[in-house]
Write a protein of this length. Structure first.
Length: 202
């Protein structure tokens, strides 16, 4: 947890000045409880690497607006960690599979209906000589984050999910240790701004 605290502090230092004006009126911003399940095989490969985001399921890319929102939020968060998107004609260091949606959730009789909205990322080395495997090599890290919400629209929480997922990428964290994150946190604000830049309003 100390490591994650240091990463959170770095985000706030880097983004705090740019977000100060926005945050001035957001002291009562909603707080979300986020479940984080993260595992890593090689944390040192997270830094200073080029990446390419790819849909885990090609069906996700059919909703262009939604995938663009997810990609914009994730790119902003990853760049905040020191990674950079590989140009289209250049092989990336890692491929990041992106999966998101709503997971089945047990509804108890008489309880209000909620929706478990999730985002999962799987980073793998890029293998130029393995087209049959879609150029995917060994898995470097995997992280799944989720929230339970009344609103079933994942677009409303995608900036938050993307920011938290990247925050814990390359680390180990158990899902039985949920974290609380405000929508006014600088890392979430940065992801929201990226969604706006992608012309998708969360």
């Amino acid at each position: 947890m100390k490591r994650s605290a240091r990463k959170m502090a770095a985000w706030r230092t880097a983004l705090g000045l740019g977000a100060a004006a926005f945050l001035g009126g957001c002291q009562t911003a909603p707080t979300h409880t986020v479940s984080v399940d993260a595992i890593t095989a090689s944390p040192e490969k997270l830094a200073a690497a080029s990446f390419r985001l790819v849909p885990h399921d090609p069906v996700l890319a059919h909703d262009v607006a939604q995938f663009n929102q997810a990609a914009g939020c994730l790119a902003a968060a990853l760049e905040g960690r020191g990674l950079f998107a590989a140009p289209g004609n250049v092989a990336p260091d890692i491929l990041i599979d992106v999966d998101y949606g709503e997971a089945p959730l047990l509804v108890l009789p008489g309880a209000p209906r909620t929706h478990e909205l999730y985002l999962q990322l799987s980073a793998r080395t890029f293998l130029a000589d393995a087209p049959a495997r879609n150029y995917r090599g060994e898995e470097i890290w995997n992280v799944r984050v989720s929230v339970s919400e009344r609103d079933p629209r994942i677009a409303t929480v995608m900036p938050l999910l993307a920011a938290v997922a990247v925050e814990y990428a390359g680390s180990d964290h158990q899902p039985d240790e949920p974290i609380n994150v405000k929508e006014s946190d600088p890392m979430v604000v940065a992801a929201k701004n990226a969604a706006v830049a992608a012309k998708v309003s969360p």
